[in-house]
Write a protein that binds this ligand. Structure first.
Ligand code: ADP
Ligand code: MG
Length: 271
């Protein structure tokens, strides 16, 4: 990654899953820039496309259309080995299913150490520090497969941070944690993941991040900064009204657009 490039840039990214019978458009026209140092909470209902976007940012999927840069490197122009190297050196990932991040028969400490070996930065001290930070120091020698779901989730975060990634991507990393452990994990991510994108349903996690991005129906519908929420005007001028206003302007209803000095007002056209 080049130091001046943003950590992530998506330009018109589209992701289509093709199964035998149907094509699912999981993401359409995603424009997104994440600057170095930002922490982004990715919000949105189930099926909106959050996991798909995270997989794209992790280099685990290549976009069906559009362009995606991780650091200065355009994913579409990297061969498989160059992409693997970039991922191992620069990106830490916590997948949605905690067990999938871990080697089940290896101990908690070995799982963290393996992740460091991938970039030849192994250090016993760092392993112990990370396990301590996620509250797993007493369980360091237990096989990961024998940990509870919440313990596996905390271990997965430690593993993702083990190689000091420039970009940390985490998919609902606190879904199985109580409030106290969730707060500790968020603290750790903010401290050690200098740039992070975290999918979450937890409003507490969203508040801890510098920015929120909300996806609905495969599009970025809203963004929040410093506690204020904004809708995002899409490529063709499309706006997703927040669901709390669907009562005033139900989907499918007609509205008048009234220009004013600094924007427009939408008013329902009475039938
Ligand atoms: P979220 O994480 O926001 O719940 P996903 O990214 O998992 O959403 O899914 C977005 C859409 O893509 C959903 O309609 C989902 O059913 C579909 N989808 C996800 N993965 C696949 C796949 N491997 N094959 C086909 N469809 C998929
Ligand atoms: Mg998901």
């Amino acid at each position: 990654m080049t130091p001046t490039a943003p950590a992530v840039r998506c330009d018109g990214v589209v992701q289509i899953y093709k199964t035998r019978e149907v094509e699912v458009v999981a993401l359409r026209d995603i424009d997104l820039v994440v600057e170095d140092g930002e922490s982004v909470a990715l919000l949105g209902p189930s099926g909106a496309g959050k996991t798909t976007l995270l997989w794209l940012l992790a280099g685990l999927l290549r976009p069906s259309a559009g362009r995606l840069w991780l650091g200065g490197a355009e994913v579409g122009r990297l061969g498989p080995r160059a992409l693997d190297r970039l991922r191992a050196a620069q990106i830490g990932v916590v997948l949605q299913n905690p067990a999938r991040n871990l080697v089940p028969y290896a101990s908690a400490a070995q799982n963290v150490a393996f992740a460091q070996r991938a970039v030849r930065r192994r250090s016993r001290q760092r392993t112990d520090d990370l396990l301590e930070r996620v509250g797993l120091a007493p369980l360091r020698d237990r096989p990961a497969g024998l940990l509870s779901g919440g313990e596996q989730q905390r271990l997965a975060v430690a593993v993702a941070l083990a190689n000091r990634p420039r970009l940390l991507l985490a998919d609902e990393p606190t879904s199985q944690l109580d409030a106290g452990s969730a707060a500790a994990v968020v603290e750790l991510i903010k401290e050690m993941g200098p740039t992070s994108v975290v999918v979450t349903h937890d409003p507490g996690v969203g508040e801890a991040m510098s920015r929120t991005v909300t996806i609905r129906d495969g599009r970025i519908g809203a963004e929040g900064r410093d506690g204020e929420d904004f809708v995002v005007i899409g490529r063709e001028g499309a706006v997703q009204l927040p669901p709390e206003y669907h009562g005033l302007l139900p989907p499918g209803s007609m509205a008048r657009v009234e220009p004013v000095r600094d924007g427009v007002i939408l008013r329902r056209a009475e039938p």
